[in-house]
Design a protein around this ligand. Structure first.
Ligand code: IPE
Ligand code: IPE
Ligand code: MG
Length: 262
């Protein structure tokens, strides 16, 4: 993983190649989370049904999974379906679930070849048995892989996740006085994984839509107007380069100001 692996898949002299050279591979974000948004608008711009936007978005998923694995990102989390998305017409929901199943079936070999460990985060309640079967099969087959961890957030809600973690803490009889942020974080779906350093949202919306509410406490947020079906490795690399120019403070002050007492 690193520059050579990214360059192997991009044309010489392309914008992706130039961006790949700008990345500092020693300071990559450990965890990148993506709110994949704008599929409906992409389809509307082309006078197509909304579901065509979801279909087209699969190519973006493939591209982003590949470039993040090649870069050397530890964890990639893609927001595919929120607990609120059940409000959509049943036909749209059914296409989304169908696309997910197909994606997993078609991509499993590629995930294996690239040593990627797949996990689904979210609630199983309400998912049909065939979707659960496909998810479990992909988790099982990739479970021993040691490369990038790839989470799909499906039937996911940040508040629901926090409530579920609180229930787990109570059920496990954890002493309330002893429960701290670290231990509580371990009870979330993402237990054992670093918090996202970088949160990407496509299609220009400036909101977090109930995504990883606990985990994004100090994530750097990068929003692009690009609609998800148009999002490719080039945009992902742009986000990483922009992230590396940010100054993360975690509530502190500029490092050089510490010694100066200012
Ligand atoms: C993102 O695209 C996909 C899901 C939320 C499942 P949208 O379907 O939300 O597209 P817009 O926001 O309507 O353009
Ligand atoms: C967020 O997108 C959920 C996913 C990307 C799965 P939405 O399109 O559902 O979010 P809102 O409704 O614009 O906040
Ligand atoms: Mg949307």
């Amino acid at each position: 993983m690193g520059l050579a692996d990214v360059l192997a898949t991009v044309p010489d002299g392309s914008p992706q190649a130039s961006l790949a050279h700008q990345v500092d591979y020693a300071r990559l974000p450990s965890h990148v989370a993506v709110i994949m948004d704008g599929n409906g608008r992409w389809a509307a711009q082309r006078r197509l049904p909304r579901v065509e936007g979801h279909r087209a978005g699969i190519d973006s998923v493939r591209d982003v999974v590949e470039v993040s694995a090649r870069l050397g990102i530890d964890v990639l989390t893609l927001y595919a379906f929120s607990v609120e998305n059940w409000k959509r017409p049943p036909a749209e929901v059914s296409v989304l679930m169908g696309l997910l199943k197909r994606y997993l079936r078609l991509e499993l070999d590629t995930l294996m070849e690239n040593d990627i460990r797949f996990r689904v985060i979210g609630s199983e309640d309400g998912l049909s048995p065939d979707v659960r079967f496909e998810l479990a099969a992909a988790e099982r087959r990739t479970g021993a892989n040691g490369g990038m961890r790839f989470n799909i957030a499906l039937n996911y809600g940040g508040r629901a996740e926090i409530v579920a973690a609180a229930r787990r803490a109570i059920a496990a009889g954890i002493d309330p006085q002893a429960l701290d942020e670290r231990q509580f974080g371990e009870l979330l779906y993402t237990g054992g994984q670093p918090d996202p350093d970088l949160l990407i949202r496509t299609s220009g919306e400036m909101r977090v839509s109930n995504f990883l509410l606990w985990q994004i406490a100090y994530a750097e947020i990068w929003v692009t107007d690009t609609l998800w079906p148009d999002f490719r490795s080039r945009h992902f690399l742009e986000a990483v380069v922009a992230y590396q120019k940010r100054e993360r403070r975690y509530g502190g002050i500029k490092e050089e100001a510490v010694g100066a007492g200012r």
